[in-house]
Design a protein around this ligand. Structure first.
Ligand code: AMP
Ligand code: ZN
Length: 112
């Protein structure tokens, strides 16, 4: 999608701190970290949110989860939170599916 921030990040048009990339997904550090470790995993293809995951695009969404687990393992994270805000009311500010991986501090539940 031409006017999407995360499509531009995945294609390299907008710079980011890349942690992992393959043909389906791209992982990079969040620009405004909410924990000592905070990175995002996104599909390269444009999926607007978790509400748009379907049989056609679920392989890319599943790969995002696979990569989140792989990076968390490689980083030796002592627990992590995996979050995908879906819709404005849930706090989604970028309309391209992304999974937050947060770690390095104690987390509370339920979220605010
Ligand atoms: P959400 O609010 O759940 O949609 O998450 C969007 C996330 O994208 C926020 O945590 C932002 O800090 C992050 N973000 C926005 N712009 C950039 C950017 N250029 N590079 C890295 N992360 C970004
Ligand atoms: Zn996009």
């Amino acid at each position: 999608m031409s006017d999407c921030l995360f499509c531009k990040i995945a294609s390299g048009e907008i710079p980011s701190e890349c942690l992992y990339e393959d043909e389906l997904v791209y992982a990079f550090k969040d620009i405004d970290p909410q924990a000592p470790v905070h990175f995002l995993v996104i599909p390269r293809s444009h999926i607007a949110s978790a509400a748009e995951i379907n049989a056609e695009n679920s392989a890319a969404a599943a790969r995002c989860l696979e990569v989140a687990a792989k990076l968390a393992g490689e980083m030796g994270l002592d627990g992590f939170r995996l979050v995908s805000n879906c819709g404005e009311r849930a706090g989604q500010s970028v309309n391209h599916l992304h999974f937050h991986v947060l770690s390095g501090r104690d987390m509370t539940w339920p979220p605010g």
